[in-house]
Design a protein around this ligand. Structure first.
Ligand SMILES: [Zn+2]
Length: 410
C-alpha cells in the first residue's frame, strides 16, 4: 500500500486537475472531501495521520508552543526566520528529533509501530511524524540516533538504505525535496521494499503559501511527476494498481490571507503562527475576553470547569462551532491536549497571526484555523473501499487493509 500525502493541497485543486498521474488515480478510485484536525497545521496534522487521533491523544499542539515541563518555547519552523529567532539548532532538534522522541505522546501508537509489531515492513520518506521501532543513525553528523520505520528516509539526514538519491535541500523552490522523495520512492518500488510506503510531498504547500490557494498549478504539475515516478517504477499504470492500494490526501487546506496581526495579551505568553495561536496563562476567560475586539480572532476556545467554551466578541455559545466541519470535536480535542495553551485561538477569515520573527503570508495562502478552507482536504482511495471522512481515519483504513485486529491497531 502507498499513502501519498501532498502538503496543503486543497480539494478543489485536486478535483479540477488534468495532470496525468493524479487524474489517472482519481479516475480509478473513490473520492470525497474530508476534514483535517485543528489547529490545521502540518506537525499537528501529520501526527493525526500517523496516530489516527486528534491532538488530545497525540499531544502535538501547534507549530509553536510552550513546553511546561521544560519551561521553554518549542518552534517547529513557522518560518526560517522564526526558527532562527527560537534558536536554529534547538529548533531543528525539536522538529526532527524531539517531536517524535518526546512530544508525541507514548500513549498514542503510530501506524509504523502497529504494522511493524504485526510483522509488516513500513517505509517513510520525509514525513515529520515517523516514530517507529528501528534505530537509525544519522547520515549527517551532529544529529542523534532516532527510532523510525524499518525503511526510513528523512531529508538526507537519515537514510536506512543507500539509494543514490540527490541531496534534498539544494533547490527548495524548484521542488528539490519532492525530487529526492521521488528518487527514493522509485528505488523502494523497484526492490518491492515495503508493505506500507508513506510518501510525503511538502513542496506544494511551500508554493501555495507564496501564491495563495488554488493557484499553484506549476507546483502541482511537479507534484504529479513525483506520483508518476512511482507508477512508472511499479511497471506502468495497470501493473501499479495490480500491485498497490493507494491513498492520496493532504494534511490541511489553505485559505487566502489579506491581513496580519501581532497578538499581545497582558498576562499571557502568546504562541502564534499562521492562522492559529495559543495563550498560556491564568484565568482563560479573562485572557479570551482581552481579545473580544481583536478583528484577527474569530474564536477563542478554552475550558471552564472542564467544559469547552467557544467565545466570539464576548458571546459564548458552542453553536458557533457548528459553522465549521467537525467543529465541536476538533475544538474540544485541541483544548484538551495537555500541551495546548489555556486558550486556543482560531483566526478570522483573511487574517493571519505573525510568528516569532514577524513573518506572515499576506497576499498568499495560509492555514491553521477551523475555517472550511483551512480544514477541508481531498481524500482519494484506490482499491480500499470508501475513503475516510477525516485524516484521523487513515490509520484505521491502513490497518483494515492489512487485516490487523483491533488489539494490533491500538
Ligand atoms: Zn503550510
Amino acid at each position: 500500500m502507498i499513502l501519498i500525502v501532498i502538503d496543503g493541497l486543497t480539494p478543489s485543486m485536486l478535483e479540477a486537475t488534468d495532470t496525468p498521474a493524479l487524474r489517472f488515480l482519481l479516475d480509478h478510485g473513490e473520492y470525497r472531501r474530508a476534514t483535517s484536525t485543528f489547529p490545521s497545521l502540518t506537525p499537528v496534522c501529520l501526527a493525526s495521520i500517523a496516530t489516527g487521533a486528534h491532538p488530545d491523544v497525540h499531544g502535538i499542539p501547534h507549530l509553536v508552543w510552550w513546553n511546561r515541563q521544560e519551561q521553554r518555547l518549542v518552534e517547529y519552523g513557522s518560518s526560517f526566520a522564526a526558527l532562527r529567532a527560537a534558536g536554529l539548532l534547538r529548533g531543528l532538534r525539536d522538529s526532527v528529533v524531539n517531536l517524535n522522541e518526546h512530544h508525541l505522546l507514548r500513549t498514542a501508537s503510530t501506524v509504523y509501530e502497529d504494522l511493524e509489531d504485526a510483522g509488516l515492513t513500513t517505509a517513510a520518506i520525509n514525513i515529520t511524524t515517523y516514530r517507529g521501532r528501528t534505530r537509525h543513525l544519522p547520515v549527517i553528523p551532529g544529529f542523534p540516533p532516532v527510532y523510525g520505520p524499518k525503511r526510513f528516509f528523512f531529508y538526507s539526514v537519515y537514510e536506512s538504505d543507500r539509494t543514490g538519491a540527490p541531496i534534498a535541500f539544494l533547490n527548495r523552490s524548484g521542488g528539490s525535496i519532492d525530487a529526492y522523495a521521488a528518487a527514493i520512492g522509485r528505488w523502494l518500488i523497484a526492490r518491492d521494499g515495503f508493505d506500507l510506503l508513506v510518501y510525503y510531498l511538502p513542496d506544494y504547500d511551500y508554493a501555495s503559501h507564496a501564491v495563495g490557494p488554488d493557484l499553484a498549478y506549476e507546483a502541482l504539475m511537479r507534484t504529479d511527476t513525483c506520483v508518476e515516478a512511482l507508477i512508472d517504477a511499479g511497471g506502468g499504470r495497470d501493473a501499479f494498481l495490480d500491485r498497490y492500494a493507494v491513498i492520496v490526501c493532504s494534511d490541511h487546506g489553505q485559505s487566502s490571507v489579506e491581513q496580519a496581526a501581532r497578538l499581545e495579551v497582558p498576562g499571557a505568553l502568546v504562541t502564534a503562527s499562521n492562522r492559529a495561536a495559543m495563550l498560556y496563562g491564568q484565568d482563560p476567560r479573562a485572557l479570551a475576553a482581552a481579545l473580544d475586539s481583536e478583528p484577527a480572532v474569530d474564536l477563542a476556545l478554552f475550558l471552564d470547569d472542564g467544559r469547552l467554551v467557544a467565545r466570539r466578541q464576548g458571546d459564548e455559545d458552542l453553536a458557533l462551532l457548528d459553522e465549521y466541519p467537525d467543529g465541536r470535536a476538533r475544538a474540544e480535542a485541541a483544548v484538551r491536549n495537555p500541551n495546548a495553551g489555556e486558550v486556543v485561538l482560531s483566526a478570522a477569515p483573511g487574517w493571519e497571526f505573525v510568528d516569532l520573527a514577524g513573518r506572515h503570508h499576506v497576499g498568499g495562502g495560509s492555514h491553521g484555523a477551523l475555517a472550511v478552507g483551512d480544514s477541508e482536504v481531498p481524500m482519494l482511495t484506490v482499491g480500499l473501499g470508501a475513503p475516510p471522512s477525516s485524516i484521523t481515519g487513515i490509520k484505521a483504513t491502513v490497518s483494515r487493509h492489512f487485516g490487523l485486529s483491533a488489539a494490533q491497531a491500538a
